[in-house]
Design a protein. Sequence first.
Length: 386
Amino acid sequence: MDKIGPPGAARRGREVVALLFFKRYTVRSFEMGLHFRDGEFRGLVDAGVYWFFDPFGKVAVEVVSRRAPFLAHEKLDLIVKSGVLKGQAGVLDLRDDQRALVWVDRRFARILPPGQYAYWLDPREVRIELVETRRPRFEHEDLKLIARTPSAREQLDMGTVGAGCVGVLFLDGRFADTLEPGLWAFWKGAAEVRVVEVDLREATIDVPGQEIMSADKVTLRLNALATYKVTDPRRAVCTADDYKQALYREAQLVLRAVVGARELDALLADKESVAAEAAALLAPRASALGLEVVSVGIRDLILPGDMKELMNKVMEARKAAEANLITRREETAALRSQANTAKLLAESPMLMRLRELEVLEKVVASGNLNVVLGEKGLLDRVVNLV
């Protein structure tokens, strides 16, 4: 290194001319100078003021700040190779399957991709954590903190599995694992990552407006509901491209089979048994999809317009017949009661006498008594009776 003080011994006449061939550089306490001659790295320049004799403009001192944790330079490989950074900076040379997590002053700063790096040992506190990417998934106790940085978005494929769900993980098209709720991250380029989120909570599919023909050839529309939950996430994702749609199709087929085996009257009379049988038939098919059928319910049975009118007429006739039957039963009961009363009165004169007295008492209580007699001697008997 050419460190030359100002030429105080030179004569005044030549001082101005001589200074034209000197370059002055100042390196402050928090800086470092990189000395180059003819483009070749010659060494580091510590803090101080330096004069370099350079009549042909071949000397250059690049001043860099050590407050920036990393030394960034296009000729970093030459600087590292010279060995002058020993004791001044740490050196990293990351392979393709390595990454570095960097903390500066105990705060996470960035993720370093493969390459060569040099970081100053002071004045900043720099901590480096090396990570292997041969295992594609990145797991770390500070993952949430790391994921918020721009470098994490550049280096990692990230996502979140919601509460009550699991993530079915595929690496390079093959099932690898299931992920619990929370944040997940994988190194970009390490593998082709696909995560399918599966909800483990109970869910309902609506089977609306199916036109089905009953056993007695009546066409009706049926609305049903099926409640299910996922019990085997891997099977649910791998067996069908869309397990919800697959369950919907199976529910349609099962309902057609159950309704088609019953006559209309049986359907209307006991919808619960239809739902129970449908659930029993749907359960094994759902199990093959990794699902469990919780319940099946028939929401509506809708008849065609003409069938509605016919059913209304049948219902009206049935109700009229029931009313007529009730009337006849009451009349029969009344006649039977009268017959029993007449028989008792005929067999017992005393009861007949009491009956007559009850009738006369009601007549007298009315307040008006008009008696028209045509038979001789009848008046005396009535008066005696009263």
